[in-house]
Design a protein around this ligand. Structure first.
Ligand code: SF4
Length: 442
């Protein structure tokens, strides 16, 4: 067997692509290694959401290029993912030791690429396609990361063109995968022992909008998955606020396997900033959606994403983001300082860019607010009995700990000498920390 090392950066969609690529490579006698120095094939699966991730990808292949020149002439190097899709042939100019460039639209072309690079060719496969990977690569397996949760992409791409976001340029227009392929993938994952299915999409709740031949949306997919046999959980991320329908919320409530968890990026608490971002809702509309979910779904966790220092954002508008986190009782939020991305509309608004020190200061204040709210949200559960799906077992400061997630996506630590990984355990919550809960098995 030959060895392949893949350095995966960025979001869960990239991680899922890596699992698919490893599945394809297993047909060519490649097995995964976590040690880059022993690999015959080195690949980086890149993220272009921020400049920092892009720089990291070039730094990784730069190191491998040196190894290739000085130590191991036969290694092959692949540059894949979102930066590859965006820069295509340009990659060879900046990193001439790269053997192939593979964009997000073409990961199904990997087997053919391997044959070609082994014949000494340099290959760039980045043409856009409106097909999903399923259309062309039905027969390849998926080499899933070991664990309790199986990630299953249900849509690829995005049609929204938020003015800061590179995704529509790197992942293309939105395409939904066929329900029967998703359901088969879920069945296979459950048969292999996975206990949780997470449906993935840039806008998971717009699933099926592009089907011309049927009226089949996320709510129906959840119902069909919920009907599968076995004790398992279902989650779905990421939701676009205005695509969350009453039917979807109702289905989440009525389907016993669907968890009480919604991740709904708001991005800013200020309506004028949302408009500049080309987000298609106001602060009030977002509030209405969150309120509806809280009314309909008991003990629901709602998390969000925010950007600090979007071009033109005033101090007053930034404060509206802080008040939104409080007002909507958001349980946890991811935060990023604005990073201009080539090709996007906002990247051209140079005269409105916020100075780095101001952006950084807002970023810190947002993080502080999130810490406070996260602790507040966790404290609500002290004394409660909660079902925890155990994900990990490890030693920490001389004690053995099981960690897992509740249905509503709270992380729980339980001290226990027994490895409970993969089990559903009833836990009494005894203490709330900022980022997790502590509990005892009941
Ligand atoms: S909805 Fe906006 S932020 Fe999300 S992927 Fe699409 S363009 Fe990017």
């Amino acid at each position: 067997m030959k060895k392949v090392y893949i350095d995966t950066m960025g979001c869960q969609m990239n991680k899922s692509d890596t699992e698919r690529m490893l599945g394809m490579l297993s047909h060519f006698d490649y097995e995964e290694t976590k040690i880059p120095e022993e690999a015959d094939l080195l690949m980086v699966n890149t993220c272009s959401i921020r400049q920092l991730s892009e720089d990291k990808s070039f730094s990784a292949v730069g190191t491998w290029g040196k190894w290739k020149k000085e130590l191991k002439k036969n290694i092959k190097i692949g540059f894949c993912g979102c930066v590859a899709q965006q820069k295509a042939e340009e990659i060879f100019k900046r990193a001439p030791y790269v053997d192939f460039v593979l964009g997000t639209h073409k990961i199904y072309a990997l087997p053919e690429i391997i044959k070609r690079i082994n014949n000494g060719e340099k290959v760039c496969e980045c043409a856009e396609t409106n097909k999903t990977e399923d259309d062309l690569a039905k027969n390849y397996e998926i080499e899933r990361v070991k664990g309790v949760n199986a990630w299953i992409p249900i849509t690829e791409g995005c049609n929204n063109f938020c003015t800061y976001c590179i995704v529509p340029y790197t992942r293309g227009r939105e395409r939904s995968r066929q329900p029967e392929l998703i359901i088969k993938e879920a069945k296979d994952a459950l048969l292999s022992g996975y206990k949780e299915i997470t449906l993935l999409g840039q806008n998971v709740d717009s699933y099926g909008k592009d089907f011309k031949d049927k009226n089949y949306r996320l709510a129906q997919l959840l119902r069909d998955l919920n009907a599968l046999e076995g004790n398992f959980r279902i989650r779905f991320v990421t939701s676009y606020p205005t695509d969350i329908t009453d039917e979807l919320i109702k289905t989440a409530v009525e389907s016993d396997k669907v968890c009480e968890y919604f991740h709904i990026p708001m991005q800013s608490g200020s309506t004028p900033v949302l408009k500049a971002m080309n987000r298609r809702y106001t602060r009030e509309e977002y509030a209405k959606i969150v309120r509806k979910i809280r009314d309909m779904v008991p003990d629901v966790t709602i998390t969000s994403d925010f950007i600090a220092g979007f071009p033109g954002e005033t101090e007053e508008q930034f404060r509206e983001t802080l008040t939104a986190i409080d007002e909507f009782e958001l349980d946890y939020c991811n935060v990023a300082a604005y990073s201009p991305r080539e090709k996007t509309v906002a990247a051209k608004w140079v005269d409105k860019f916020i100075p780095e020190d101001v952006k950084d200061e807002r970023f810190q204040r947002l993080n502080k607010k999130i810490q406070e709210n996260c602790l507040k949200s966790n404290k609500k559960y002290v004394g409660h009995e909660m079902e925890v799906l155990i994900e990990n077992f490890y030693e920490h400061k001389g004690k053995m700990i099981n960690t897992g997630k509740t249905r509503n996506f709270k992380t729980v630590h339980i001290e226990s000498d027994m490895d409970l990984t993969g089990q559903f355990v009833n836990v009494k919550i005894t203490e709330a920390k900022t980022w997790y809960l502590k509990g005892i098995q009941s």
